[in-house]
Design a binder for this molecule. Structure first.
Ligand SMILES: NC(=O)c1ccc[n+]([C@@H]2O[C@H](COP(=O)([O-])OP(=O)(O)OC[C@H]3O[C@@H](n4cnc5c(N)ncnc54)[C@H](O)[C@@H]3O)[C@@H](O)[C@H]2O)c1
Length: 335
């Protein structure tokens, strides 16, 4: 079988840590080009991963003969332009989360994709993490059963300690902490408990000189009546994290996040610890393999632009709730 010709657009952190190494290890993939507006990054990535061509303008990438797909790993405010052009050039797309920095851009991507025949996966990598997959199975196998209450506590030091990625702290570029980061867990909540119908939230910006929220408390209500909550901070002086699901039949809880410790109990099961120690690189590899096989086998992707749009819709509703100081009903756009 012919290998798929793939180009990576955006050669920064996530591309170098996960997507370029993973794509170079997948047998059915031919990495044909790298692209970054910073030429040195495109060149270095091409040299490191033995890719023959590099570019600084993604439009030149889309003109490549026999190109099958692009992996887009650029900042959120650039997603709409690149993704829409890629779809219109009839290329399959893997786009890093969030779908876009704004609901308007996310909706444009979604509408463009709906009219196309391309496969389009959004990088909601948690859907490929062993613990998250196991939690989903516990729901489906009726060990935890239908979700009643879900939570995530993400007390962290992120932008207080790490060197700032400049676009991350600019609202117009990243969409903010919730759209850029909390979105992972919002997607997981929807994956676990179904569509969200309302949001109630409070946002704060503690750190000086940034235009994004750096603390947020959100409560979502789901269509089935479940509620999910996130308390996230990027200004703590140490890290404290947990997440979990209280279901009609049982409970799953995790101390930590992707490297945490999981405990499960049920009406018919006594408390047990589940050990799923998985390096995060594994979920990134699995999501890329899934994207490639969705093209080769013509099957649905693991997370579509509709999933991307639903998560942004919920995030934007949360922000609106914080501004208006009242609950906001979803959806804000028709899908
Ligand atoms: N799934 C995850 O766990 C995860 C983790 C980190 C980042 N991300 C997402 O991946 C994306 C990139 O994040 P990052 O941390 O790698 O950022 P980054 O700033 O390290 O890298 C982005 C790169 O894109 C380049 N770029 C910007 N505009 C471009 C354009 N128009 N054309 C080509 N290149 C362009 C920049 O020069 C930079 O090298 C974001 O959407 C982010 O939210 C996802």
């Amino acid at each position: 079988m012919r290998k798929l010709n793939i180009a990576v657009i955006g050669c920064g952190n996530i591309a170098n840590y996960a997507h370029l190494p993973n794509l170079s290890e997948i047998e059915q993939v031919n990495l044909v080009a790298t692209c970054d507006t910073i030429e040195e990054r495109a060149k270095q990535a091409a040299s490191k991963f033995k890719v023959s061509k590099f570019f600084t303008d993604y439009r030149d990438v889309l003109e490549l003969k026999d190109l099958d797909a692009v992996v887009i790993a650029t900042p959120p405010d650039t997603h709409k332009e690149i993704a829409v052009d890629a779809i219109k050039s009839n290329k399959h797309v893997f786009l890093e989360k969030p779908l876009a920095a704004t609901l308007e851009d996310a909706y444009t991507i979604y509408r463009t994709w709906k009219k196309s025949n391309v496969k389009f996966a959004v990088g909601f990598c948690l859907r490929h993490h062993g613990m998250f997959k196991y939690a989903k199975k516990l729901i489906e196998d009726n060990v935890v059963g239908e979700p009643v209450a879900l939570w995530r506590v993400a007390i962290g030091t992120a932008i207080g300690v790490l060197p700032p990625v400049s676009w991350l702290v600019e609202k117009s570029k990243s969409g903010g902490m919730v759209i850029e980061n909390t979105i992972h867990m919002i997607d997981s909540f929807i994956w676990f408990a179904g569509d969200i119908t309302s949001a109630l939230a409070q946002y704060k910006t503690e750190r000086k000189g940034i235009s994004i929220e750096d603390n947020a408390y959100i409560i979502f209500t789901h269509k089935n009546g479940a509620f999910s909550s996130v308390l996230q901070s990027w200004t703590a002086t140490h890290t404290y994290e947990s997440w979990g699901i209280v279901g009609k039949e049982g409970t799953v809880s995790v101390k930590g996040y992707v490297l945490g410790t999981m405990e499960v109990s049920g009406k018919n099961e006594s408390l047990r610890e589940v050990t799923i120690k998985e390096d995060p690189i594994v979920m990134y590899k699995k999501e890329m393999e899934d994207f490639i096989s969705s093209i080769i086998e013509d099957k649905p992707v693991f997370a579509s632009p509709l999933d991307g749009l639903k998560a942004i819709d919920a995030a934007v509703a949360a922000e609106k709730s914080s501004i208006e100081n009242k609950p906001v009903r979803l959806p804000l756009v028709e899908y």
